[in-house]
Ligand binder design. Structure first.
Ligand code: KIV
Ligand code: ZN
Length: 509
């Protein structure tokens, strides 16, 4: 059985999608999940995209111990040099070069002739080999490229030292049988195919990314490029969870192995959704709320007789547990820590203590505290500064809001900075607007835009925790704040303050 390697590009192709940007702390949290899941390669970013991207790639390169770290680069020497600088501390670095090979991209985007593209590909792969032992070369928009030209570029890249050849369906245009034919043609005609890895990188514009990826495997591709939850440009990339579970569930058909520990899938999915402040669509395969729910009577009857009647994989196989929380307000810290370990979290003693205190407080406010609540508490404390304001930042002391459907809302907010307490009142278009304006009257922040404001409920029930995410932007930098509370106004204020504290710390007024 051949081994299918998984390259996860959540932090590069996924993160470049609108609404999916992550700060370094958040990226490192995703990295931990990917390492524990045993993906083979983590694509950490595009170092020349921004200084922040460069720093994130360097930090990830230094942090990762369990797998290969790769970064994207255009076929220009300055990109390659920068990518080397960003990756030089990685234990197994890889550069991922890309250059478009389709007529439309060459003519309108690159303004290069096919001969120039071929020359550039060969030259830049050879240049990259001076620094890197492992060079991946992607023929961008391969599925819309002329087959013979594609073959000549692939041959040139292999002859110049590429170790991985990727044939992406960049615009999600191809069908599974076209992908299968393309891989069969290239693998069957290129010299040295057995010495390199062939990769599939499919976008999901027509909902075919997973099918196209499986088709590529069928024709000999042994690396799949995907993202957690299928994040990515436009309709996204191939979802890691779909491909991995398809390979495992239909091993009889695919006859391949992969190293991914599928029981980490749910945890990784929840972490990424928590970070971007979204919930999975209800019917999302593998990780959606209904993915393992059987509602129809006839289905339930079949399930009771034998689960395999309507269930092709078990929730446990992707890490979804029975929600049998046995902890309550009388549980001790030790039992709490053990339970977090069962959920897959290994936290520092300080973080355990912080989460424990919040868990106890939540038990007083909410009838049933479940795994989703615990995951939200842990993720918040790991990823954000919600409950530990930045040194010298503003803290929420108390707030009051009056709101109705016939007058403006009014809010009074009291904040603390060091020992000093400050209070302001503001009117607004609704309670959140009024409370945010009261905060602005105290903080007087630099002008900024609100990129994102989302409220999600963590679990069912009226007393659910509200999970608020706020993203502010000023001078090209974005600042993410998170707030978690059974009171959505409190959660909103905590999220806004957290983002403002970061904005202020970055640029003192
Ligand atoms: O979709 C694509 O073609 C890409 C390349 C940069 C590999 O993301
Ligand atoms: Zn892509």
């Amino acid at each position: 059985m051949s081994l299918i390697k998984v390259l996860d590009t959540t932090l590069r192709d996924g993160e470049q999608a609108p609404g999916c940007s992550m700060n370094l702390k958040e990226k490192l949290e995703v990295v931990k999940c990917l390492e524990r899941m045993h993906v083979d390669v983590i694509e950490a970013g595009f170092p020349v995209a921004s200084q922040g991207d460069f720093e994130a790639v360097s930090a990830i390169a230094s942090a990762v111990t369990e797998c290969r770290v790769c970064a994207l680069s255009r076929c220009v020497t300055s990109d390659i040099d920068a990518t080397w600088k960003a990756l030089k501390n990685a234990s197994s670095p890889r550069i991922h070069l890309f250059l478009a090979t389709s007529p439309i991209h060459m003519q309108y985007k690159l303004q290069m002739t096919p001969a120039e593209v071929l020359e550039r590909a060969k030259k830049m792969v050879a240049y990259a080999r001076k620094h890197f032992g492992d060079v991946e070369f992607s023929c961008e928009d391969a599925t819309r490229s002329d087959r013979e030209f594609l073959l000549s570029v692939v041959q040139g890249a292999i002859d110049s030292g590429a170790s991985v050849i990727d044939l992406p369906d960049t615009v999600g245009y191809a069908t599974p049988w076209e992908v299968e034919e393309m891989f069969r043609y290239v693998l069957g005609n290129v010299r040295g195919a057995s010495d390199v890895t062939f990769a599939a990188h499919c976008h999901n514009d027509l909902g075919l990314a997973t099918a196209n990826t499986l088709a590529a495997i069928h024709s000999g591709a042994t690396q799949v490029e995907c993202t957690i939850n299928g994040l990515g440009e436009r309709a996204g990339n191939t979802s890691l969870e779909e491909v991995v579970m398809s390979l495992l569930t239909r091993k009889d058909l695919h006859q391949v192995d992969c190293r991914v520990d599928s029981t980490m899938i749910y945890r990784a999915s929840q972490t990424v959704y928590n970070i971007i402040g979204q919930k999975p669509p209800m019917t999302k395969p593998i990780v959606g709320r209904n993915a393992f729910v059987h509602e129809a009577g006839v289905h339930q009857h079949g399930m009771l007789a034998n689960a395999s009647t309507y269930q092709i994989m078990t929730p446990e196989s992707v890490g979804i547990r029975d929600n049998g929380l046995v902890l309550g307000k009388h549980s001790g810290r030790h039992a709490f820590e053990e339970y977090l370990k069962e959920l897959g979290y290994r936290l520092t003693p300080e973080l355990v203590q912080l989460c424990f205190e919040q868990f106890k407080a939540l038990c007083d406010r909410k009838k049933v505290v479940n795994d989703a609540d615990l995951r939200a508490i842990v993720t918040h404390n790991k990823v954000t500064e919600v409950t530990a304001p930045l040194e010298g930042g503003y803290e929420l002391v108390r707030f009051v809001v009056y709101t109705s459907n016939f007058t403006s809302a009014t809010s009074t907010v009291c904040l603390k900075k060091g020992k000093e307490k400050m209070e302001q009142v503001a009117l607004g278009d609704g309670p959140i607007d009024a409370a945010f304006k009261a905060i602005d009257n105290i903080v007087k922040p630099k002008e900024h835009t609100f990129d994102i404001y989302t409220i999600n409920s963590i679990s069912e029930g009226k007393d659910t925790l509200g999970d608020v995410m706020v993203k502010l932007r000023t001078d090209g930098h974005s600042y993410t704040g998170r707030g978690l509370s059974t009171d959505i106004i409190e959660a909103s204020l905590l999220a806004y303050l957290s983002a403002l504290n970061q904005l202020i710390a970055a640029e003192p007024l």
